[in-house]
Design a protein around this ligand. Structure first.
Ligand SMILES: [Zn+2]
Length: 141
């Protein structure tokens, strides 16, 4: 995004000792008094809010792009659905080369490895049913 806030101070603002602050992500404007003792505090709060909003937006986008198939039969799911190329899928994988190749061949997606956030979650492999971990499948470009 670059610079998160735009400050405007023209003749009119200068006359009344105000600045217009625009949030560049939402294009919302606020007018602040230049002699406000809490001016820097208010600007810092605005920057923290922008940072928090961006983190939430990224987390939401991430959630929308990941589909969890770990509770389903992967093979049955593939018989009824096409995987969407712009999504990632969570599947269960035991860690063997043989099952990685089977997952990739069935899905035509690439196995990226274990989901690090869920690395301690033990599940049964989608292919061989041996103990495995939640892993990520995504389209390879
Ligand atoms: Zn396996």
């Amino acid at each position: 995004m670059g610079i998160p806030l735009r400050f405007e101070i023209g003749n009119n603002e200068f006359q009344v000792r105000e600045i217009t602050v625009t949030r560049r992500d939402l294009l919302t404007k606020a007018t602040l008094k230049l002699n406000d003792k809490r001016l820097t505090e208010k600007i810092s709060a605005l920057l923290r809010t922008i940072s928090k909003d961006l983190r939430n937006k990224i987390a939401q986008t991430y959630d929308e792009q990941i589909q969890d198939l770990t509770e389903l039969s992967f093979k049955n799911y593939l018989e009824e659905h096409n995987l969407e190329h712009d999504k990632m899928y969570l599947v269960n994988w035991c860690g063997t080369q043989k099952c990685a190749e089977a997952l990739e061949e069935l899905s035509e997606f690439a196995l990226l490895g274990f989901d690090l956030e869920l690395k301690n979650t033990r599940v049964d492999c989608s292919i061989c049913s041996e103990k495995g971990r939640i892993s990520v499948l995504a389209k390879r470009y």
